[in-house]
Write a protein that binds this ligand. Sequence first.
Ligand code: ZN
Length: 432
Amino acid sequence: MSGLRASPAAPQQLLNARLPAWLLGDAWPRHEGAPALARVQIEGGRVVSVVPMDAAPCTAPAWDVGGTLLLPAFVDAHVHLDKAFTLSRITGVQPGLLGAIEASSRDVPTWTPEDIRTRATRGLQWAHECGTTRLRTHVNWSEIGPLPMAWPVLAELSRQWGGRVLLELVSLTKLISFADAANARTVAAQVKATGPHALLGGFVHSSNWDRPSLAHLLDAAAAQDLDVDLHTDEELNPEAHGLLAVAELSRAMGFAGRIVCGHVCALAAMPESQALAVLDAVARAPITLVSLPITNLLLQDAVTGRTPRQRGITLVKEARARGIPLLFASDNVQDPFCPVGSFDPLEAFAAGVLAAQLDAPFDRWSDTLCRHDFLARGRPGPASLAGQPADLLLFPDADATGFPSRTARRVVLRAGVADSAPPAAWLAPATA
Ligand SMILES: [Zn+2]
């Protein structure tokens, strides 16, 4: 090595970085089963190349990160900024999803734009600090006609945070409200008028199931060229068939946008062959699935005084085996739906690793936090770091075996510039 010192803030090369196997492709060399360490070249705020480490001299300021784990910046695909941090002022929350909905609805009349802005800004700040660059929030939209109070507040925050966190807004309306197709068209037009980072959504649950309403929602989205993101089958009712209906209807109408279905817990309660048939339909659609392990563990099979027996997590392994794009996300944070949380998607990931018994979490599953393209239109291509913005996360205390343990400390690069001082050892002049 040439021993060139890097600027503390903006390395042009990262030496000996440990990237996950999913990001490297089958041809990448391995040593004792693990991917070989990488040299990551950064220019103009972008990653220009990723190659296996070799003995070639450094020709640019570099950090020698000595095997530190590296991931692309996070996408947190499903949160609720409008409700976040409300739990401290709400009492009498009954267990389960419907109990949380009731408790939250009692708090809504106390909301003001300033209250919403303060709470949502805290959530955005926490997301930004942990290394998330894309955040998708659902926003309760219970009435047809007026904009919900939180919507313009969050739209303004989306503009203010542009360049730091891409904040997307999804309307969240009970499906049955779209029994009248005109209602779906009204909301879709309002969502469209918000701008390119807004999507049409809905709450698809057996308590308000209505297939024509779902068709109206998809028709309205298609007419406005909107993508769709649905709370789908967040229950352990094997009769819930919202996900299958979304797959069937969207395919039949040739829906051109990206569809995301979150939760889809009911798959875990269905007979195996039925659940797998639904997933086959999802793979053909195509639909991105978002799993929310923390709230599913908390809200499914929830009865006061009784230990839950079921996990509520959806069939993530079977979905991946079919090539279905899959993300883990945070969902609710410190509101009646979930008392804990910090807008760090690694918390949800850690819950998912245990609840779904995921093997090799860093090498095989950490893509579920990083694949921003799973929210974009079209079939996702192979994962690649080269050519992408140098928005990178380094975990100085973690290792691939124990990941995601000891990931609290992280060095975040934003367009190639570090937001904190790197460990001194990374800057020490390397020896030849
Ligand atoms: Zn949600």
